[in-house]
Design a protein around this ligand. Sequence first.
Ligand code: PAF
Length: 282
Amino acid sequence: MIIFKNIPDFKNHIRKLKNDNFRIGFVPTMGALHDGHISLIKKSILENDYSVVSIFINPTQFNDINDFKSYPNDISKDIELLDSISENIILFNPDADEIYSGKVFSDSYDFGDLDKYMEGEHRQGHFQGVATVVHKLFEIVTADNVYFGEKDFQQLRIIEDLVLKIGFKLKITRCETIRQNDGLALSSRNKKLDISSQNIATNLFKALSFAKKNFENLDLEKIHTNVEDLFENFPQISIEYFAIANEKDLKPIKKKKKNQKYRAFIAADISGVRLIDNIKLY
Ligand code: PAF
């Protein structure tokens, strides 16, 4: 596997591959790779000649400096893992100076309602930071195909919107959330949970599954009350939000309408670790 830390060398390499008509897939990550990332990378490997994986913990998307400082980081383990998957992986692992040239701040984007609710409401500036770095990475990597997990569904919708706005010529593939057998969605942040907190965290998936099972037959208020009741039993879980929103505009709803695609979204703090998850309701 080839590893690049600086933009000019990386771009040169990609330019040569593109001149030879190779298809480039791209999986942007912040490292601490788990099976969710691996499934995206394997899909990219199947559908492209070369797959770029970026590992960059983006400072501008953290609204809490302690969260940034304690974000899991094990680059040697990640490199070992990527090395074992395929020789057609190109790792792009820049530092903040390389990406931001000393000006570590977000650009400003208008995503309408897409970044107003849920994560947008609870993590001020988060999506401006995500959009800024993804915009920069897309310009550097010039991939044909990019792969994002549905676990961060609001992020995925915002990036789809960014691609339309900027007019990037690339295809985004949505990839299903990978879960443990007990339902817990894979996340780099799970590494910060001990076993008992991981067990407790499975209640997020239980709440989402309840919403999915009962979405047709219960009214929304009842679903919300039942979910609140479920968490009464777990003082270790502090729910930030539980929302049912239209998949397209990501506006939480109060009333269901026919022929719409909805998802249930949840965010919670469990023993000091913030987790999010969502499930489609159709
Ligand atoms: O989902 C992530 O890991 C990050 O938000 C991303 C897309 C790599 C941008 O930093």
